[in-house]
Design a protein around this ligand. Sequence first.
Ligand code: ATP
Ligand code: MG
Length: 392
Amino acid sequence: MKPTAREILLIKTGELALKGLNRGTFEAILMKNLRYRLKPLGSCTLRKAQSAIYVEPESPAFDMDEACDRVSKVFGISAYSRACVVEKEIGTIMEAAAAYLANDLAAAKTFKVEAKRSDKAFPLQSPAICERTGEYLLERFPHLTVDVHQPELLVMVEIRDFGAYIHARQLPGAGGMPVGSAGRAGLLISGGIDSPVAGYMMAKRGVELRCIHFVSPPYTSERAEMKVVSLLEQVAAYAGHMELIVVPFTKIQEEIQRACPEDLFTIIMRRFMMRIATKIGKAEECGALITGESVGQVASQTIPALACTDAAAGLPVFRPLIGMDKEEIIAISRRIDTFDISIQPYEDCCTVFTPRHPRTRPKLEKVLEAEAALDTDMLIAHAIQNVRRRSI
Ligand code: ATP
Ligand code: MG
């Protein structure tokens, strides 16, 4: 059916319902997120009722297919469906069900009608609504049979305050919690496969992302930074609006290279990233940092190396991919459309200054000794003074 002003989206909230007293706050955040994501499509009304949200387009130009795609990526939604809205009159309801669901009814072999009557003023009770509608549909689609236990097609008729809603196919939502309901964290984002997935996973738990990316011009190019922007645009389809803070890292890397043993280079660099991200994170009201690290993936991701990295962080570090295989991470990155961007060739500041034999079991005392050769505070202050901001 073509998008019309009489078609709406019916959204079911998921885990939200479990949150008891906080439920109102969670729903308010979800409504705000939905409004923000649907705004570019034109005006629509969002209405809340029981554990559902109704999106009603206000103009026929509102693109329902695009709206569905957007809604399917908003966290905090367990399921959604397109529904048609008609007057609360049984004849109209039956006709609309046959017309609106014609394709589905033609394709199915068995069906069942289920009715919900929240407007108790409606003259027919739910069993009667089901019976009348079921009979009407059987007449018009004689190939169908009723199966009350496992129907191929479940036709829903809801009698609500604002009208009667008819819908059939419920689609799975993105799950999770509304972004912003679990505070904010600083995502250390590279151009690789892992960190965009890590950001997506924390956003799914309701965490708002503030992104931090380290660049080392002229060793890293503008193109590499634009790749990070493209990745974040994909993540933003789920995580909503984000700010990206770009931190110049060249001077720090050159200093480490000049003054520290080569085998500790990566670990010291990662500790600088943590210190700077902590400072930026605190200034941006982040309660934690997020990285795409996974145990054993590279030399800097062994348990002793991660312990040295953690020791430099002044905020909890969340690593949602820590126990995942690369294949599992890739499967998610394909699903969220970041994979094809991530695999484009690029230079990252981590790949530019890679030691030949990085230490896989660094000792914190040795790392601290090596760092004593650097003016850490000055280097960090200099980097932070020169950050740039981008809006995603
Ligand atoms: P990714 O695929 O996310 O790049 P990786 O397996 O290549 O991860 P590393 O390059 O060691 O691993 O980086 C580990 C983590 O450090 C990344 O997941 C990311 O969170 C962070 N990181 C790496 N490079 C940068 C960068 N240039 N700016 C910000 N964070 C970075
Ligand atoms: Mg990387």
